[in-house]
Design a protein around this ligand. Structure first.
Ligand code: 13P
Length: 253
């Protein structure tokens, strides 16, 4: 069985005192029999690294530049993230696709830039409510993933995929376990066709995951953990979600 992975996406939240308190609580609840990570705002990466260094908790960023280096004001490169110990970089989060006009092609380049520096891209895909209602869910997520698969080529099996239906993000409306599993199965089949190693790859679910719905979501055969927004900011809630991941994995070491 694949080991579960729970990733907190703090989005644009946090402050030094709040982060210290949250991370201390998450550290204090170790050990976890699941992989646990937090993706924090760029400015907090270093202090997160300082707090988590030496533990088995992982950290990462919420975006990465597609460029190696150069005159790209405001961008942060994969090499910089790697230097700060980032294990992960989210790429293609729906908020970046929607508010920063990130295309499938740009998302794919970002994933490639991250991987080239040893930072695992967590590639987010997901349909809007309109797209779901028009019966386009499968086509949309396959198109989004296909761009990245194509760009990463023989390294495609190194990415983590996160299915985040846009209509479930921050809305309190979660995809049902059956709805989520159905899309995860489609994504895994696509990854299998491309890499032949999809059984080793992690596909996370994101969108209003909370302590009280995590267990049933994580129990689905193709859901390997979660990408957690709002609930990752509350220590007790986040820790409970990590526990749900452990239980769903049946204590996989
Ligand atoms: P919420 O858990 O707040 O719905 O956010 C999900 C998300 O976008 C994680 O990346």
């Amino acid at each position: 069985m694949r080991r579960k992975l729970v990733v907190g996406n703090w989005k644009m939240h946090g402050s030094r005192p709040a982060n210290a308190e949250l991370l201390a609580a998450v550290l204090g609840a170790r050990p976890y029999r699941a992989d646990v990570a937090v993706c924090v705002p760029f400015v907090f990466v270093n202090e997160t690294a300082a707090m988590l260094a030496g533990s088995d908790l992982r950290w990462g960023a919420q975006d990465v530049s597609a460029h190696e280096q150069g005159a790209y004001t405001g961008e942060v490169s994969a090499a910089m993230l790697a230097e700060c110990g980032c294990r992960y970089a989210l790429v293609g989060h729906s908020e970046r696709r929607a508010y920063h006009a990130e295309s499938d092609a740009l998302v794919a380049l970002k994933a490639q830039a991250a991987l080239a520096r040893g930072v695992t891209p967590v590639v987010c895909v997901g349909e809007t409510l309109e797209e779901r209602e028009a019966g386009q869910t499968e086509a949309v997520v396959k198109r989004q993933l296909s761009a990245v698969i194509h760009q990463l080529a023989h390294c495609a099996a190194e990415m983590v995929v996160a299915y985040e239906p846009v209509w479930a993000i921050g809305t309190g409306r979660t995809a049902s376990p059956e709805q989520a599993q159905a899309v995860h199965a489609v994504l895994r089949a696509q990854l299998q066709a491309a890499t032949g190693r999809a059984d080793t790859m992690k596909i996370l679910y994101g969108g209003s995951v909370k302590a009280d719905n995590a267990a049933i979501l994580f129990a689905q055969p193709d859901i390997d953990g979660g990408l957690i927004g709002g609930a990752s900011l509350k220590a007790a809630e986040f820790i409970a979600i990590c526990r749900a991941a452990e239980q769903a994995a049946g204590g996989t070491p």
